[in-house]
Design a protein around this ligand. Sequence first.
Ligand SMILES: *Cc1c(COP(=O)(O)O)cnc(C)c1O
Length: 364
Amino acid sequence: MKENRLYNFSAGPAVLPVSVLETIRDQMLCLPGCGASILEISHRSKQFIAIQEQTKQRLIRLLKIPQTHEVLFLQGGARLQFSMVAMNLLRGSKSPAQYVVTGTWGKYAVGEAKKEGPVEVLYDGADHGYSKLPKPQELRISADAAYLHMTSNETIQGIQFQSDWQVPCPLVIDSSSDFLYRPLDIAKYGIVYACAQKNAGPAGVTVVIIRKDLLDRSGENLPGYLSYRNHAQEDSMWNTPPTFGIYVMGLVAQWLEESVGGLDAMHRRNQDKAQLLYDAMDRHPGMYQGHARLEDRSLMNATFKLPTEELETAFLAEAKKLNLDSLKGHRSVGGIRASIYNAMPIEGVKLLVQLMDLFATKHA
Ligand SMILES: *Cc1c(COP(=O)(O)O)cnc(C)c1O
């Protein structure tokens, strides 16, 4: 079975560590000491409460989350966060929220926020196809803004901010496709949110790390589920939380702590993998044209085009023969997209690089 696994370059839901999948399999009929499966027990059972607490504590240790911040496990994906951020922090606010739009997901986030209050778009990279990122000093970030929203990694275009911004208003990031890829200075953020199914677990659970003082901004008239304050007050048990997702995210966090050795080590692995891939692109500039400006390249999603669609089709067919799967780019950008999240083993990247070298030489 394990031998039949492909190297899965899917953008999401995406690859998980094999050891995590093996633990899920081994514990599926009976969680240790529980007599039942994770899928069958009450979220109020002491076993599940311990699992959720352990997942939370592992995230707190990995990201060094300070006491000033709360960790929530929600549903609805990152898309619901586009709305919830604005419903909780922008509704009723006199000053606008500011948005930095560096790709498709940022654009969607603006669309939802506009339904809730005034929005000011400080930057929109549409005119160059979202191929490069701005620097904070180029933007008119206001200390009075309700918040500043940005997308730390644009999954479709493959561009990524590699450092933490310091801004004078609450900083909100959509970290859906790069959560846990490196250490973050959480103190600099008002909210970090991420759906799990790219880099941190299965679909169905969304993590929200929120500075506690921002909870006061959740209005009384919000539908109950949409209020961050409700979820914080009830420790993510305002309603039934996504129990299976929280369990798997805990196993991924355990893998990061115990097998990888923490987020500094994970970051180095991610840098090494991305370097191999981008070096291969740059060795054959006649064959592979990257979408992103060099310094804005993502460590998670590498996007590039070949000279013709025929060559791209041939490349994907060759990749399939080598068990390199899901490399077709997003329909809006085209070309190839290799998603090399935390759990993609370096062997998968090396095999892809071998193919890139061979293919470029053969079709030169
Ligand atoms: C996938 C993705 C989303 C959407 O996530 P859903 O869970 O499908 O709502 C939002 N933002 C980014 C950066 C993503 O990669």
